[in-house]
Design a protein around this ligand. Sequence first.
Ligand code: A5P
Length: 231
Amino acid sequence: VTSPDNDREKFLAAQKSLEYVRDGMVLGLGSGSTARHFVELLGQRISAGLKVKCVPSSETTRGWAEEAGATLTSLDDSPWIDLTIDGADEADAQLNLIKGGGGALLREKIVAAASERLVIIADSTKLVAQLGKFPLPIEVIPFAQRPVLQHLQALHGSPQLRLGEDGGPFVTDEGNHILDCAFDQIADPPSLAASLSNIPGIVEHGLFVGYADVLLIGRGEQVDVIEVNED
Ligand code: A5P
């Protein structure tokens, strides 16, 4: 649920992220309401003469980017992305993330992995001491849904099939389903990420470990900048 205050924080984080954008870059465009602010602000810069090429991370974002007048490219033509700006559902101080609340985690992770730099923009409610309150989205091939569900139950993930507006299973841009897993507390994100990646039928999961370089967190009228410690 987005309160007006949260939306202001999202906007300010998105605005701050424009400082990372340079002329001539290939940009990855994230998904979700915070990324939408970024795409709209980017559109203003493009109208003012900024030249960038953009890889959208979802079909929804593709539509926003077209409306914003952005030049689109694809990973086929631009397999190396200079900078991606994306949102998150949760982030911790080590810059581990939960993503996929909007269902775009698979393409988001592919875009993030192709990016030299990933800057995450979020409102202050997203920064948490420990990941896991937000149910972890897991994208699963429909054929494998039942056995994957059983694996996730064994991991105490309490998986729930995400439903779409029509009451049937939510279908991702890649034609898969999402199981939302209420782990509640994820004490060791790298270890859980490795366990999930080992389950056949899971296409991708929403734990982003080692991807983000910078968190920009809107807090009131400020934006906190949290960077990964290179030591
Ligand atoms: C989309 O699949 C997600 O990963 C989003 O990045 C996440 O849900 C953040 O969304 P908001 O910016 O709307 O909070």
